[in-house]
Design a protein around this ligand. Structure first.
Ligand SMILES: [Zn+2]
Length: 402
């Protein structure tokens, strides 16, 4: 089937400083974009289904790089999740995946799920059995005994280089696209500090090597500068959160080309956590980290570290009057990133991080037809991201102007 999107303005999301294509049209054939250009250049439209987008802005679907579709935080939601069967979990995660897609998140990177949930969802979405975003996934995260996320997240507790290698390989065996490590404490753990180094150099190196040997990337939940530096030298390709980045760490990240997925939401969403019944210790820890987290992000941003957007919260879940993914993009903007750069960090950059930059994250010929349309221009003001009301994934309209 061939579709022509007309009466729209295209934000290609290919290069910094690119021009918006006004009065544009996008030709879609099957699952892919066939051509993009000025509407006037598209001639005879016989046999083509025309979709008038009413003057909307069209850009690539959003790509959220830090997601747990089966997420449950300490407190009330974890207590409820503890009673779930695997089928209950699948149903809940599927609902979360649909909410994500409805919000225009057409691609997620799952960085720690239990019970093979992400692999099952990926199979169902890829085969077309169910609708949902594109998924790249890590399977279960690898942690030390009692390490970050030992309770309620299905992580693999392992100690020593051999066990870390084996744990990483066990997830690659199931089809993991990347390996997820937890190398420091975090906000959700009651008996740990965010700065605590948890993994040894040898453990991290063994797991990273297993990932790289399989042609995959390795990422880590990480807080303190020392642990992050060790992790990068051990082979990490991406740092999640990076709460306390300093000059030396940022310098190393630039030298090695290490990515940062800042997840700013997690240290500045008090009302969200209260609504969920999260315990007070976690709220205190989260908000106390907020200022350092913002400074770390700004240091990375101003130094030119490669940044990919991620929420560590359910992508389409209500959050401060909007949904988590939009709020995260707004935080990125409020803390200094230019609006167009925010769009790139949620499209082109994630595609690059996953080595899929020739297929995803751009409105250009040959790319996957994963597109969103907005009534207001998000390249002018990030808050306009809230005006998404049309979502296409793989050439099929998932949400239609409303
Ligand atoms: Zn996480």
């Amino acid at each position: 089937m061939t579709t022509l999107l007309t009466n729209c303005h295209v934000i290609p999301c290919i290069t910094e400083g690119e021009a918006i294509i006004h009065d544009a049209a996008v030709l879609i054939e099957g699952k892919r974009i066939k051509a993009v250009g000025k509407a006037a250049d598209f001639g005879d439209s016989e046999g083509v289904q025309i979709r008038d987008l009413g003057g909307r802005y069209v850009m690539p679907g959003l790509m959220n790089m830090h997601v747990h579709l089966g997420l449950s935080l300490p407190g009330a939601t974890q207590a409820a999740a503890a009673k779930e069967t695997e089928m209950d979990l699948f149903a809940r995660a599927l609902k979360n995946a649909h909410d994500a897609l409805h919000a225009g998140v057409t691609f997620v990177r799952c960085v720690g799920e239990k019970n093979g949930l992400d692999f099952a969802l990926r199979r169902a979405f890829t085969s077309g059995l169910l609708q949902g975003p594109n998924i790249v996934c890590a399977g279960r995260a690898v942690i030390i005994t009692g390490g970050h996320g030992w309770q309620g997240y299905g992580s693999i507790e392992a100690d020593g280089a051999d066990e870390w290698r084996k744990a990483a390989r066990s997830q690659l065996k199931l089809g993991a696209d990347l390996v997820k490590l937890m190398i420091t404490g975090g906000i959700a753990g009651e008996h740990e500090a965010i700065r605590d180094a948890q993994a040894t150099f040898d453990e991290m190196q063994a797991a990273c090597e297993a990932a790289h040997n399989a042609g995959k990337h390795a990422t880590a939940h990480a807080g303190s500068p020392k642990a992050i530096q060790d992790g990068i030298n051990a082979g990490l390709d991406c740092i999640e959160h990076g709460y306390f980045l300093d000059d030396a760490t940022v310098e190393l990240m630039i030298k090695k080309g290490t990515w940062l997925c800042p997840t700013l939401c997690v240290s500045r969403a008090e009302q969200y956590m209260r609504n969920l019944g999260v315990p007070q210790y976690m709220i205190n820890k989260s908000l106390r980290a907020g200022e350092d987290h913002a400074k770390a992000y700004q240091l990375g941003l101003n130094s030119g570290v490669k940044i990919a957007m991620g929420t560590d919260m359910l992508p389409g879940e209500p959050n401060e009057g909007t949904v988590a993914t939009y709020r995260e993009m707004e935080f990125m903007s409020e803390l200094g990133m230019a609006p167009h750069q925010v769009l790139l960090s949620a499209t082109r950059n994630p595609a690059q991080l996953n080595q899929l930059a020739d297929q995803f994250g751009a409105v250009a010929a040959g790319y996957q037809a994963d597109l969103i349309a907005l009534t207001a221009n998000p390249a002018e003001n990030t808050r306009n991201i809230r005006s998404i009301d049309w979502v296409m994934k793989g050439g099929a309209v998932y949400r239609n102007l409303g």
